[in-house]
Design a protein around this ligand. Sequence first.
Ligand code: IPD
Ligand code: CA
Ligand code: CA
Length: 253
Amino acid sequence: MLSFAIETARRAGALLMAGLERRRSLELKSAYEVVTEVDRESEALIVSAIRHAFPDHAILAEEGGGIERTSPFLWLIDPLDGTNNYAHGFPFFAVSIALMEDGELRLGVVFDPLRDELFSAERGAGAWRNDQRLRVSDTPALAASLVSTGFPYDFATTTDNNTRQFTRIQARTQGVRRAGSAALDLAYVASGRLDAHWELRLKPWDTAAGALLVLEAGGRLSDWRGQPWNPWNDRLVASNGRIHDELIAALAE
Ligand code: IPD
Ligand code: CA
Ligand code: CA
């Protein structure tokens, strides 16, 4: 199932790359239409591959192309994470595919087609970037860390929008990045390129694969209160473990 997920993520990634070329050659308005088209095409490719290979499995996919079924197996699909980046040609987006079995994360794949970086994890078997084993950073304190976050789509219409936390944590770390793809942010925590990621109002397809990467690379996951996290919990903190409690405390102030 892991090799299937890897192969499928690579095929979807190739489709994103082809769409990017198409987008470049178009006027602004139709360029945006290409983005929604590519989102749907990528999802259709992934969903049809799963239906073909595992006809009994359930699928939850962002663009609504999933299949509800009673099955111990549930695939969680974000066909293009970082849509806004993709629409602007900012090079930070990915395909995210995760599989849960009986409510537990079993495997996760995040593919960055621009850098040809394939992040994968299997429960109990570690996390990888292409053929390199991943390990979270050993940064010991928040003051020495580089972390990332995100802001929700309803940012302008609510005050619960992460700005207070952002300001506070920006002042206590070496920097906060807001790169615009939660799936890749989490893959970067697993890689030790970032020491932690926190965010709110995320969806299961944004986080499931990346969260397993972090766990299998030796990191820690929780909600904003330090309680156990699952993909349906929309407030996530993922870290190298060592700065986790400090980050939770800073979020809670
Ligand atoms: C979004 C990205 C972004 C996060 C948003 C997500 P999308 O997913 O992961 O980093 O801040 O909350 O919705 O819309 O690009 O698939
Ligand atoms: Ca997403
Ligand atoms: Ca998406």
